[in-house]
Design a protein around this ligand. Structure first.
Ligand code: GCW
Length: 750
């Protein structure tokens, strides 16, 4: 029940203390039942504090003074504080009607609490979702005040206060003010109504549609708590490749039940809708957005949804993309398509998150990474006020590394939000340890130069560049029915990092990683330091062994797991789903020429950025092959040839994973055996995976470049053919169900 290593001093506690702590855990519960070490409790573990910190915290948390109101959010806030304090302090903290002693914790809104009203706090600056946490003298006693303008602001404040303790920050002299910089902070679930999850690697869907609306699994509440603890305030329940059934009364009733569970935690429900719903659900002959009957149908459907869910958030749409229906079919623009939904929702305050991931797989279409910009940019100013264009971080598709999407900042008269992929579709899925905080941070800090230096993506999406109010960020969830929610313990950090960066897109990925490690495992610096380091280097490692120097999309085509640089276009393989389309490798060289002499994708960026990317000399080496086709013998600034550098990147990636594995192996005494083992074994799998990527990629490039391997690079142990034949037919989350290949009747190379 209670594992030595899960506490901060690495297991030097007396038996008695352990028993008390275990009892406390059982009484207050965590996220769900008190199985302490399977990762189920995420970062909300509230494990006992010891030593001088316990002394300090006990003085600063002697009683809870809740407001009079008993609305669900207020009750949940109190329950969270009680649970957190009891867990960490090893004893229940009593509630009081007034501040009666030093160390009281007073929480609420000025509206509910006369005492908080009398303090005349400057709450205007924290808006409708923020909070203040201050140490003040109240009725002659020193107290911590957690206040907000709304119940949800106070709940966020309570989580922040608990986080201070979880990460061993002093709490006796606090003066904190915080408000989210982005309005819509949304998790997109790619969950299908049949219980599968597209690109989901953590079990089946968490939404049990067959049990709803009658049975509400406690996991819904647990999920809501975890989301609220990091400020997520929206959930799209279903896959963007959407089933129309979601819009039928059968499912709307279930949606309403879920909305009811999520509501007290400040989370609104949104739905993905197929553009063809007027036909498939409404039985109309067309879904043409300009047809009055279609417009009337959407209006009626939306009115119906709001009867089920009065605070419904709105729609997410994938249109004219990968076979999904859209306005293009009717000769209408994306704006005409989006606006018909937006107008139906506007009356209720709902929004449309309209994805710009729009492209054609026609072999004659232009460079894939240019299509969305060319479709959307001319429509700037044509979208209704309640439409937010949802751009993926890069112009292609959530690759291990991409340059930023040129649409950011290029549409000053439209709302733009950022879509990140938390689920690691292209980055090793559930078994690889890849902390995405650094990827997210890089995406947010990318400077578009659309209004001169400092026009970062963060400033585009938080509205500070062009002044929009409807600002947003979405993350494709990595959550499923697995006990540990995310398929691995470290994948939890990506959900966590997304939430923290959604609240504050300027936050530091390193600081977030450290907080997560402290809350999830232990505050012991002997553990925190190496683990944070491992997380910080983990994404570069995966780029190194999968897609170095600006390569992209070199994976196996269907499952997106494992290498496939040889995948080439064919009757069933559109060019831009193949690997060779992106590598453009031949005997002379490698890389995609996107300068003016090639596809000229560089011209979609602001002049300053375009000039840099277009220049062979100034283009960052990490994006070289994204923008340039160069000879294998081309020398980088380091003096090494492209051939040599490429090989070294693969090797370095593999070496880094081997080091991470070793680091982890030395940390057993700080972690409970269950989470330790899972992570250790997954690192073993990752090392195999990295070796496979390295060897297969090198074997393939050798066959194209015909260059020798330098002595420092061990030759791949198998011939290229063996790599091409090696196949993993079933990978969770792969849509379509049809295996992309059949495994060989030979030995398994990796
Ligand atoms: O990366 C691709 C995925 C698809 C996904 C699509 C999208 C939901 O492979 O599975 O579909 O992106 O973002 O729409």
């Amino acid at each position: 029940m209670f594992f030595r290593g899960s506490t901060e001093s690495g297991g030097r506690k007396s038996r008695a203390l352990q028993c008390i702590a275990a009892a406390a855990l059982l009484i207050v519960g965590g996220l769900g039942t008190a199985r302490a070490a399977d990762g189920h409790r995420l970062w909300l573990r509230y494990v006992p504090v010891h030593g001088r910190w316990l002394e300090r915290y006990r003085h600063a948390a002697t009683e809870l003074v809740p407001p009079g109101a008993r609305r669900p959010t207020v009750r949940d806030t109190q329950a969270e504080l009680e649970r957190g304090l009891a867990g960490m302090l090893g004893r229940a903290v009593p509630s009081a009607a007034h501040v009666t002693a030093g160390g009281a914790i007073l929480f609420g809104t000025p509206k509910d609490s006369a005492r908080i009203r009398s303090l005349r706090l400057d709450l205007a600056r924290v808006g409708s979702q923020g909070y203040l946490i201050r140490t003040l003298t109240v009725d002659g006693h020193r107290a911590t005040v957690i206040a907000g303008n709304t119940d949800i602001g106070v709940l966020y404040g309570a989580f922040r206060f608990l986080r201070l303790m979880q990460t061993r920050r002093p709490i006796s002299r606090l003066d904190i003010a915080s408000r989210p910089k982005i309005r819509f902070r949304v998790l997109d679930f790619w969950d299908n109504l049949d219980g599968t999850v597209e690109r989901g690697y953590a079990g089946s869907s968490i939404w049990k549609w067959g049990e709803l609306p009658q049975y509400l699994s406690p996991r819904y509440t647990e999920l809501a708590r975890a989301c609220a603890s990091i400020g997520i305030n929206g959930v799209v329940l279903n896959n963007v490749n959407a089933s129309p059934y979601i819009l039928t009364p059968l499912y709307l009733e279930k949606v309403a039940a879920l909305a009811g569970v999520l509501r007290p935690y400040g989370i609104r429900v949104y739905l993905s809708v197929p553009f063809s719903a007027p036909i498939t659900v409404g039985r109309l002959k067309t879904a043409d957005p300009l047809a009055p009957a279609v417009q009337a149908w959407w209006r009626k459907k939306v009115a119906e949804i709001y009867r089920y869910v009065p605070d419904f958030g709105g729609f997410l749409t994938k249109a004219d993309s990968e076979g999904e229906p859209g306005p293009e079919q009717y000769g209408r623009t994306q704006a005409q398509g989006a606006n018909v939904l937006a107008r139906a929702l506007a009356h209720y305050g709902g929004i449309v998150m309209w994805r710009t991931f729009v492209y054609s797989t026609n072999p004659h279409s232009e460079d894939r990474v240019m299509q969305a910009y060319d479709i959307f940019k001319p429509l700037d100013g044509k979208f209704d006020q309640n439409v937010i264009l949802q751009n993926k971080n890069g112009p292609l598709d959530f690759q291990p590394r991409e340059p930023f999407n040129p649409l950011f900042g290029a549409m000053p008269k439209s709302n733009e939000m950022l879509e990140l992929e938390i689920t690691k579709e292209y980055l090793g899925q559930q078994t690889s340890l890849v902390y995405l905080g650094t990827l997210f941070q890089g995406a947010l800090r990318a400077d578009t130069w659309q209004r001169g230096r400092g026009s970062t993506v963060a400033r585009v999406i938080d509205g500070s560049l062009y002044g929009e109010r409807d600002t947003g960020i979405a993350g494709v969830a990595n959550i499923g029915s697995d006990r540990n929610w995310c398929g691995s313990i470290f994948n939890q950090s990506n959900w966590y990092a997304f939430g923290r960066l959604a609240w504050n897109p300027y936050a530091s990925a390193r600081v977030i990683a450290a907080d997560w490690v402290r809350m999830t495992f232990t505050n012991n610096p002997a553990f925190v330091r190496p683990v944070v380091h491992m997380m910080m280097i983990s994404r570069e490692a995966v780029v190194d062994y999968m897609d170095p120097l600006g390569l992209a999309s070199q994976m196996e085509a269907g499952t997106h797991f494992g290498p496939g640089p040889w995948v080439h276009p064919g009757p069933h393989m559109p060019p831009d789903w193949s690997s060779t389309y992106y590598s453009r490798a031949n005997a002379a060289g490698i890389g995609f020429n996107r300068t003016a002499t090639g596809s000229d994708a560089v011209s979609q960026y602001a002049p300053h950025v375009a000039a840099k990317f277009a220049s062979l000399k100034r283009c960052p080496p990490k994006l070289l092959l994204w923008f340039h086709h160069v000879a294998w013998t081309y020398r980088l600034r380091t003096g090494r040839t492209v051939w040599d550098s490429l090989l070294r990147h693969y090797q370095r990636g593999l070496d880094t994973v081997a080091r991470m594995r070793k680091t982890w192996a030395g940390l057993a005494r700080y972690v409970d055996p269950q989470r330790f083992r899972l992570t250790a074994d997954f690192l073993t799998i990752q090392q195999h995976n990295a070796q496979w990527w390295r060897d297969a990629s090198i074997a393939y490039w050798e066959s194209i470049s015909h260059l020798p391997l330098p002595p420092a690079i061990a030759p791949p142990p198998f011939p290229l053919k063996a790599y091409e034949a090696f196949c993993i037919p079933y990978v969770a989350g792969t849509p379509g169900g049809k295996p992309p290949c059949a495994p060989d009747d030979g030995p398994v190379p990796y």
